[in-house]
Design a protein around this ligand. Structure first.
Ligand code: XUL
Length: 533
């Protein structure tokens, strides 16, 4: 019997490193994860990060990601994972984090010695040892400077897909250039987490892929290449330090001898460009058609999906180049008030019980008699609402008091109306919704979501979509290489298990929500102008 080819997805999230292996039928045949805090305690991280005293700066030690690779591959080898059958590897990295490599790095990478660990060999290749990551909020001054240089927040959004955000890599680069010019001068290459890991795998600098590159405020999302004006406004000599940008399905090299000798991979194993975790989740949920969107219900709620015509906005959301279709785009919006806010209202009114909560939800009708509420438990980013608090309005748009049952419905309806409003503003028009994340088992919330958007809601078999998406993209890149040209992603993943429908919209309820949306939008404006910046 000819052994099936396998495809490995490596997911470097904030908390840990995970491997997912699929076969040619897209079945998951192996998974293993390590946790940075627990399995690499010498790096002293909390949640995979170091929070600094200023309350704004957040970093992670770059060497920890290096040590994690040997640890995970060693465990996989010892467990008998069929590494010799892996035909291609791709991966996923937490977005926006940067890895700073000095002038020694390329020769160390090119000469990896199998008799020593990666950690021992790479310990002195970093010009900045502590990598800024996505949780960092310390670059407001650099964000303002970028927006001034490029003609305002909307101009930055139109060029790079997002207004200037503190965590976006370009603004982090500007800060390091200004505050640590010696380290900047010693830097030969600035990688993203998603281009650093494959650099180790191929023993040389791997390029940044166009989709994760869109999370930097440096890339022109229309041309798919660096935006000269943004680079110039950020720091000197950036083109050389960043290297080229490639499509996400590109093969970036073959696996270095270190990995075949030490772990038993085949020598010609292909390495496909890694990308960010959110782009990989889009791939893992196979959202390749305009109109297929995912709503991830977690600590934060995130709405994302593919689209052909992006509408970048300074007000909300991000546009990235698609990780599965080089000509298309991915839109993403993050809402800070997700599960913790839902739990806060559950604890206030339903004694901490979801069962009681759902029973109370059923006692009111869709539209809640015209009542609309805004439940801000922590500062919100979509839209910007700085001061936490609850604002309740009656059908006459005047401040009102709600019963517990009305509160419960107003929270769910408000969250879904907000998603619909803001997703629509950046061009997301759903045809169907895939719900993921912890709260996707909440039938009451899912039904309201279906009714507000007017489309069916489905759920996926596996919730860990970034790691799975990386494995799918490994297969996709491999098929493109074999075909000497682009293979539609949908063809590459056509054998994947179907999604399960969990809600159908109720047309009457949908009509109620459509009528409510303009009122919701104008009341939101009132709340923003009272409690925003
Ligand atoms: C996206 C973002 C986070 C990280 C988490 O813009 O900052 O979702 O990608 O890993």
């Amino acid at each position: 019997m000819i052994a099936s080819k396998l495809f490995l997805g490596l997911d470097s999230s904030t908390q840990g490193l995970k491997a997912t292996i699929i076969d040619e039928q897209l079945e998951v045949v192996y998974e293993h994860a390590i946790n940075f805090d627990h399995d690499l305690p010498q790096f002293k991280t909390k949640g995979g990060a170091h929070q600094h005293e200023d309350g704004l700066t957040v970093t992670a030690p770059a060497l920890m990601w290096v040590a994690a690779m040997d640890l995970l591959f060693g465990l996989m080898r010892d467990e008998g994972a069929l590494l010799a059958n892996v035909a291609a590897i791709s991966g996923s990295g937490q977005q926006h984090g940067s890895v700073w490599l000095n002038t020694e790095a390329s020769s160390v990478l090119a000469n990896l010695d199998v008799s020593q660990t990666l950690e021992a060999q790479l310990k002195s290749v970093f010009s900045v040892a502590d990598s800024p990551i996505w949780m960092d909020f310390s670059t407001t001054a650099q964000c303002q400077a970028l927006e001034v240089a490029l003609g305002g927040a909307q101009a930055v959004a139109e060029l790079t897909g997002s207004r200037a955000f503190e965590r976006f890599t370009g603004n982090q680069i500007a800060k390091i250039h200004q505050q640590n010019p010696e380290a900047y001068a010693e830097t030969d290459r600035i990688a993203l987490v998603s281009s650093f890991l494959p650099s180790i795998l191929i023993g040389g600098y791997a390029p940044i892929d166009v989709s994760d590159g869109s999370g930097m405020n440096l890339l022109d999302i229309q041309s798919g290449d660096w935006a000269p004006a943004a680079l110039e406004a950020t720091a000197p000599n950036l083109v050389e330090k960043l290297g080229p940008v490639v499509p996400s399905h590109a093969i970036v090299g073959t696996l270095a001898g270190y990995f075949s000798e030490r772990y038993g991979f085949v020598a010609d194993c292909a390495v496909v460009a890694f990308s960010g975790d959110n782009p990989n989740s889009l791939a893992g949920l196979r959202l390749e058609n305009t109109g297929d969107i995912a709503i991830s219900l977690g600590t934060s709620d995130t709405v994302f999906g593919s689209l052909a015509e992006p509408h970048p906005s300074a007000e909300e959301g991000h546009i990235f180049v698609s990780p599965v279709q080089p000509e298309a785009f991915m839109a993403m919006i993050v809402f800070k008030n997700g599960s913790l806010t839902r739990e806060m209202i559950r604890d206030t009114h339903a004694g901490g019980s979801w069962k009681t909560y759902d029973a109370m939800l059923q006692q009111t009708a869709p539209g809640n008699g015209g009542r609309i509420g805004f439940y801000i438990n922590e500062p919100e980013i979509t839209p910007t609402i700085v001061t936490p608090g609850i604002s309740r309005f009656g059908a006459d748009d005047q401040p009102a008091a709600f019963s517990p049952e009305e509160d419960i419905r107003a929270l769910y309806e408000g969250q879904c109306l907000s998603m619909r409003l803001h997703a629509g503003n950046i061009g997301i028009e759903p045809r169907r919704i895939l719900a993921t994340g912890g709260a996707s088992v909440d039938k009451g919330l899912i039904q309201i979501m279906s009714n507000v958007f007017g489309v069916a809601v489905y759920t996926a078999e596996k919730s860990d979509t970034a790691s799975l998406g990386a494995a799918y993209r490994g297969l996709h890149g491999f098929l493109c290489k074999e075909a000497h040209g682009f293979v539609p992603f949908a063809d590459a993943v056509s054998a994947a298990p179907p999604f399960t429908k969990i809600a159908e919209p109720d047309r009457d309820a949908h009509a109620v929500y459509i009528a409510m949306l303009p009122r919701y939008a104008s009341l939101e404006q009132c709340v923003v102008s009272k409690n925003g910046v």
